[in-house]
Design a protein around this ligand. Structure first.
Ligand code: PLP
Length: 396
């Protein structure tokens, strides 16, 4: 038998709960037997999901969509994003959460991260230049919402990595003018595909509804004078009832999955400390509860070659989640002609981002290892993980 300290490779496969359990299967079966998979108004599947999300986030409203991207599109539109002033955001997110600013009739205005988090730094934002701020709770680490809500511009939270997370004891998705959660399959609450927006602003809720909900639902719910003329609009971003009932069940099991993930991370952190490994889980702000998507660890020694680190971790079968590509250098955002052709409101307006303006973002990319933490009790796996991490990091 190989001793723990010399263990070079994970032998245990990544432990997983069944992604969809008996309650999801029962909910889908029930729905199929009902013979009704399409809800054009706020039908029972859609209403149950929206009510559960609003209750979990502590907001007055929740509005379902067929993707997280669609929920961001609607939220940015409803929050008042304009072509004249951009949407401030960090580049540390998924690409569709960047390009959605164009789709919502505005554009991304990148700003750097804070010194010690994967999140946007409020001090880097000039409210005079932006019509909205998109704050992502990247890798489940809640952003400094208290500082953002002091800005004189609407905040939209992207909670796609942070279902169930709290900031200063209060749910993410309830701090900004709106919160958006992807329900795509890799996220902590999945409908297969789907998205949901939370808000306690009834005018914003109604404006967001005009982006993608059925004219019957608009007719039933619109009362505010601003969105009312759009009651006949018919974009189509509705969630399928099948996805809604699955996501509703996933939300029920979220607390137990979060608590098992937290227990596993605590054990891993203790083992890492005891072994003196040059690695620390990125801290969450005081009074916060983290969300789960991949968990960022800061490498405490300079990483000279992040690709070599990733290759070594992959060879050791460590459960690493790759960082997103660096979107600042992605061809699309570097070609004004393409941006201007695809989004005509951008004619003569797009300046490609320059990576040198984002030193903290670049350092985060260099010095961070994202590990997937299992969401069921697996102390043996966590012990093996610590041992293989030790061998891998020492071999670099
Ligand atoms: C997944 C994700 C999205 C997009 O969600 P979809 O449901 O895939 O459209 C947006 N932002 C972040 C941070 C995400 O991780």
């Amino acid at each position: 038998m190989t001793g723990a300290m010399t263990m070079r490779q994970m032998t245990v496969p990544f432990p997983r709960r069944p992604k969809y359990g008996e309650t999801e299967i029962a909910a889908v079966t029930y729905l199929l037997r009902s013979g009704s998979l399409s809800e054009i108004g706020r039908g029972p599947a859609c209403a149950a999901l929206e009510d559960a999300f609003a209750a979990a986030a502590g907001t007055t409203h929740a509005l379902s969509f067929n993707s997280g991207t669609a929920s961001l599109h609607a939220a940015l539109h409803a929050a008042g994003a304009t072509p004249d002033a951009g949407v401030a955001m960090s580049p540390m997110t998924w690409i569709s959460a960047i390009t959605v600013a164009f789709h919502a009739g505005s554009f991304p205005l990148f700003a750097d991260l804070t010194e010690d988090s994967p999140n946007l730094d409020p001090a880097q934002i000039d409210p005079a230049n932006c019509s909205a701020v998109l704050v992502t709770h990247a890798w489940g680490v809640p952003a400094a919402l208290r500082e953002f809500t002091g800005l004189p511009v609407p905040i939209v939270e992207d909670c796609s990595h942070a279902h169930g997370a709290l900031y200063q004891g209060r749910p993410v998705g309830s701090w900004g003018a709106a919160g958006c959660f992807s329900l795509q399959e890799s996220k902590a609450v999945s409908g297969g595909e789907g998205g949901i927006m939370t808000t306690s602003d009834s005018a914003l809720y109604q404006r967001a509804m005009t982006v993608g909900h059925h004219p019957y639902r608009l007719a039933a719910e619109l009362t505010h004078p601003d969105p009312l003329p759009l009651a006949g609009a018919s974009y189509k971003f509705r969630i399928p009832a099948l996805s809604a009932v699955i996501a509703r069940e996933q939300l029920r099991s979220l607390p137990s999955r979060m608590s098992d993930s937290a227990t596993n991370l605590t054990l891993l952190t203790q083992l890492i400390d005891a072994m003196g490994l040059p690695l620390a889980p990125m801290a969450v702000p005081d009074g916060s509860v983290r969300g789960w998507y991949g968990t960022p660890f800061t490498m405490l020694q300079p990483v000279l070659d992040p690709d070599a680190l990733n290759a070594a971790c992959t060879a050791a079968r460590l459960p690493v989640r790759a960082l997103y590509p660096d979107w600042l250098t992605t061809p699309l955002l570097q070609q004004p002609a393409v941006i201007e052709r695809y989004w005509p409101h951008m004619r003569g307006r797009w300046t490609p981002p320059d990576v040198r303006d984002f030193p903290r973002y670049q350092r985060f990319r260099q010095q961070t290892l994202i590990l997937k933490i299992p969401d069921l009790p697996v102390p043996d796996y966590m012990h093996q993980l610590a041992a293989v991490l030790a061998t891998t990091l020492r071999s670099l």
